[in-house]
Ligand binder design. Structure first.
Ligand code: FRU
Length: 486
């Protein structure tokens, strides 16, 4: 096979498209995005030699899901990213149709990438190889021949997205897979030397244990532990992106979902003993295939793809780029519940501040902005109220508390985004509502009541849609702090 053109084609495409991409006013300020083309899943999120490393699925040639490489960026603060050269390209026989998702682990002064090589044979049949690449400098990767060539008996060739960790001197990986009767599952592998892997067994899946029908494929599984900040108890979490769930009221309204289960991983059986329901991790329109890592400050940080497969008819395509990643968030368990919090570093990009403090009945303009952080605190709740962001002639994004339904609603009806349906979550009887909102040029991320719920959605307002207002049916008390981003 002749792979000499792969790098050349990438460079040519970047040269051709860069200028048009850079002129787009929807380009993000503090979100990882491709320099041209399409990006999707975060991969290999890790820390190595004092820097955060983020790799991500990148098609440099166009805005469709082809030609996947691993783009690579590094950062000191998780907000300012420097792009390094492409880490992995589809230029080996075992990854010729895409270097698919995977993870990273720093071990023995080396950075290892564990990923899926995607191959289509002459008849279009899929082959999947789980492969390693290793680096001493964090920039140049030596690729090894595939470590896992065949899927275990009883499964299809849909096996991908290994997430690696180390425990008691041994390596483990959880991998997404599909059974022969077309059900999504997660399987556990182990390795003594990181090169040779042993199939341990299926630890969770649709029609496995307590979980009934639950999709035809589970993508991008992630496993980790968190210590409950209140009780001190260690909680195990399995995060995954099941495909094939039907909408149920406010739940599962995106084409594909991402959520988590609490439980306990029994390595011997092996089995992820489930102790909770499946909970969607994000309630917005655009969140999928997240990946987490524990940093040297002991924080469990998670980043998602701010997009969903097959829901990608975004207007940036005409400007030769598509998608971005979410802002990083910190995960915590407090009294048995998962919270997602903005990382502390977000405070370092706070610039000019405005404040607002009033009882509101009707609608009041608070300020303007297109890239900022806004904190709002609503008390004396007695009717519908909320915020309107990025308002302009044809655009607005509405964050609202529906007093009768007791639900928080994200409404992105106005603007150029394709899916105009509402997204909602039930909050119940609340005496106050606290929102932390991050607005970038084409996205909004909303953290509710200390990270109890999060909404991530892309928005495509017209260029000068920068209004910010607050509204309430009756007298609701509102305190707002807003910082323009530096
Ligand atoms: C999830 C996913 C992964 C796959 C990758 C390919 O979005 O489909 O399962 O490895 O994207 O880009």
């Amino acid at each position: 096979m002749d792979f000499t053109k792969v790098k050349e084609n990438e460079e040519k495409s970047v040269l051709e498209k860069k200028e048009i991409v850079e002129k787009d006013f929807w380009r993000q300020k503090y979100h990882i995005q491709g320099i041209v083309g399409l990006i999707n899943d975060p991969n290999g999120f890790s820390q190595f030699k004092g820097k955060y490393h983020m790799f991500y699925q990148w098609n440099p040639l166009g805005t469709n899901h082809k030609n996947k490489t691993w783009a690579h960026s590094v950062s000191d603060d998780l907000l300012h990213w420097e792009r390094l050269k492409t880490a992995l390209r589809p230029d080996t026989w075992y990854s010729k149709d895409g270097v698919y998702s995977g993870s990273a682990i720093a071990d023995d002064k080396k950075l290892y990438l564990f990923y899926t090589g995607n191959v289509k044979d002459a008849d279009g049949n899929r082959e999947s190889y789980q492969c390693l690449a290793v680096s001493s400098d964090g920039e140049n990767f030596e690729r090894w021949e595939p470590s896992i060539v065949n899927q275990p008996d009883g499964y299809t060739r849909h096996i991908r997205d290994p997430k690696i960790w180390k425990k008691d001197g041994k390596f483990y990986a959880v991998i997404g897979i599909q059974s022969e009767n077309l059900e999504g599952k997660a399987v556990l592998y182990s390795s003594e030397n990181i090169k040779d892997w042993k199939f341990e067994g299926e630890i969770a899946g649709a029609n496995h244990g307590k979980i009934k029908d639950f999709g035809f494929m589970w993508e991008c599984p992630d496993y980790f532990q968190l210590k409950d900040e209140k009780t001190g108890e260690i909680k195990d979490l399995l995060v995954f992106s099941p495909q094939g769930l039907e909408p149920e009221g406010d739940l599962y309204n995106n084409k594909y979902q991402t959520g988590y289960l609490f439980g306990k991983l029994d390595y011997e059986k092996p089995e992820f003993e489930i102790s909770s329901n499946f909970v969607e991790i994000d309630r917005g329109h655009d969140f999928y295939a997240p990946q987490s890592m524990e940093d040297d400050k002991g924080r469990r940080i998670i980043v998602g793809w701010m997009g969903v497969p097959e829901e990608e008819d975004f207007p940036t395509v005409k400007n030769e780029w598509l998608h971005c990643l979410t802002l990083p968030r910190e995960l915590k368990v407090i009294n048995g519940k998962l919270y997602q919090l903005p990382i502390k570093e977000m405070e370092s990009i706070r610039g000019e501040k405005i404040e607002f403090n009033e009882k509101v009945a009707g609608e009041v303009k608070v300020g303007t902005g297109t890239t900022y952080e806004l904190k709002a605190r609503f008390t004396d709740i007695n009717s519908d109220f909320g915020l309107k962001l990025r308002t302009g002639k044809n655009s607005e994004t509405v964050l609202k508390f529906d007093y009768n339904d007791k639900k928080f609603v994200l409404d992105r009806t106005k603007g150029e985004q394709p899916d105009k349906r509402l997204r909602k979550v039930y909050l119940g009887d609340i005496s106050k509502l606290e929102l932390t909102v991050f607005v970038d040029n084409s996205s909004v991320e909303v953290f509710i009541n200390g990270g109890q719920e999060v909404f991530s959605s892309r928005i495509f307002p017209e260029k000068d849609a920068d209004g910010i207002s607050v509204f309430a049916d009756k007298n609701v008390n509102v305190e707002i702090e807003k910082w323009e981003w530096k």
